[in-house]
Design a binder for this molecule. Structure first.
Ligand code: GDP
Ligand code: IMO
Ligand code: MG
Length: 422
């Protein structure tokens, strides 16, 4: 295969970082195409943990070039902090990390607006507070600062001024918060831009050339399909296209196709922030999964809500993103439990619903659960128990696509491939 996409099939935190890192071993480019540092992608290599936010998760492989595409929103201060951290682990310079000149900049105004809305606004989304929504709003409103604008102070000032008159009224009159002046923000962003100017380039052409030379490319999605601004559980979503559709608009030339769209599925379901969650567990089973799975947000440190695997939700994600196979993660967390259930359908207003189509009200969905025999695997050998095999079979049968990978621990070695991707 030449091109593979990694797509979160639930509400994020499915283990995309780990799977991207594994597949990056055999590919030439890893490309982020949407989202920003709201993402937290965790990689464990030989007992050392690295959390990546906006830098692609292939960066720990020296042979691999990482691309931050134009669909991404980049907060320069956080980017530089992350870059320093990665540089303390391995050699990363502008030759193998490229930032699109057309990516959108997250400014202080976006971060402050996000925080003000969450703390003072009428309805809380439970955002990561990183300024993601407001940055994408400016992009759609054609008022965004692009990464290339950081390199010219006059242009930067002009771009920042664009729309500031409106924002100033919001900050001053509605939210009553102090914000940096245009001059201060211009200076701050300009100085930050100077520190990574060598990394800024036309990533479209780099990718175009790579594809035409048959290089192997991995597209790394952030968040999950159910957080997609169009397909997700709106308004409790993020502000970008997290489904595979986002690759076409946010990465550049993909030759019109991606060979394999790998959906990353956690063996149970989690969600951070507000919004409906049909299989959420409020009992001791839910807290057991939360504790054993260490389900704490990699970006905000918030406790993740936990529940059983949700087939209607996954069937919908498969349709939205055209998923062709699954990487099933965190099976070790379900091992040794006393009960094991999956949600095979919902009951809504007395009717059975098999797929979480957007028209339905997920707040009203009552999960119809099937109990399976719990498995007790220690994953020390290649053998899987009859019970674990039955769990995987149930998933493949219920979803209609194969489990190509399964993972049973955070480290690189804790993985098994049933299918070859590169
Ligand atoms: P991402 O946002 O999709 O990359 O996922 P996160 O990194 O936010 O959250 C996934 C968490 O699960 C991280 O702490 C990973 O190290 C961890 N993880 C990934 N796969 C497995 C697995 O198979 N078993 C266990 N126990 N942990 C895993
Ligand atoms: P990764 O890539 C889980 C959630 C937030 C909130 C909603 C909107 O690590 O899977 P935003 O700050 O994006 O405007 O918040 O989206 N959210 C995530 N949840 N994993 C993520 O990323 C997330 N990125 C955003 O919790 O509910
Ligand atoms: Mg995460």
């Amino acid at each position: 295969m030449q091109t593979v996409a990694i797509i979160g099939a639930q509400w994020g935190d499915e283990g995309k970082g780990k799977i991207t890192d594994m597949l990056a071993e055999k590919c030439d480019y890893v490309v982020r195409y949407q989202g920003g540092h709201n993402a937290g992608h965790t990689i464990w290599v030989s007992g050392k943990k690295t959390v990546l936010h906006v830098i692609p998760s292939g960066v720990l492989h020296d042979h691999c070039t990482s691309i931050i595409g134009h669909g991404v929103v980049v907060e320069p201060e956080n980017f530089l902090k992350e870059l320093k951290n990665v540089q303390s682990i391995t050699t990363v310079d502008h030759k193998r990390l490229k930032v699109s000149e057309n990516a959108t900049v997250i400014t202080s105004y976006h971060r402050l607006l996000d925080a003000a809305r969450e703390s003072q606004g009428p309805e809380k989304i439970g955002t990561t507070g990183k300024g993601i929504g407001p940055a994408y709003e400016d992009k759609a409103a054609r008022k965004a600062v692009k990464i290339k604008d950081l390199l010219d102070k006059d242009i930067l000032y002009k771009k920042l001024s664009n729309g500031f008159a409106e924002k100033k009224v919001l900050f001053k009159e509605l939210y009553k918060i102090e914000v940096p002046s245009l001059e201060e923000e211009t200076e701050r962003l300009y100085q930050l831009g100077q520190q990574f100017k060598d990394y800024i380039c036309d990533t479209f052409s780099i990718l175009d050339k790579a594809i035409s030379q048959n290089k192997k490319v991995l597209y790394e999605g952030a968040q999950g399909v159910l957080l997609d601004v169009d397909y997700g559980t709106y308004p409790y979503v993020t502000s970008s296209s997290t489904s595979s559709a986002g690759i076409l608009t946010g990465a550049g030339n993909v030759n019109g196709k991606v060979d394999e769209i790998l959906g990353i599925v956690k063996a149970y379901t989690t969600r951070v922030g507000e919004g409906p969650f049909p299989t959420e567990l409020f009992d001791e089973v839910g807290s057991y999964i939360q504790k054993t799975g260490n389900e704490v947000g990699a970006t905000t440190g918030r406790t993740r809500r936990c529940g059983w695997l949700d087939f209607p939700l996954l069937r919908y994600a498969i349709k939205c993103s055209n998923l062709t196979s699954i990487a099933l993660t965190k099976l070790d967390i379900l091992s040794n439990m006393e009960t094991l259930k999956v949600c095979y359908a919902y009951e809504i207003d007395g009717k059975q619903v098999d797929c979480a189509y957007p028209g339905i009200d997920l707040f009203k969905a009552k999960p119809l659960l099937k109990s399976l025999k719990p498995f007790k695997d220690d994953f020390k050998t290649n053998e899987v128990s009859v019970e674990l095999k039955a769990y995987i079979d149930e998933i493949e049968k219920g979803l209609g696509i194969p489990v190509g990978i399964y993972a049973f621990g955070p480290d690189r070695a804790e993985i098994k491939f049933n299918k070859t991707y590169f």
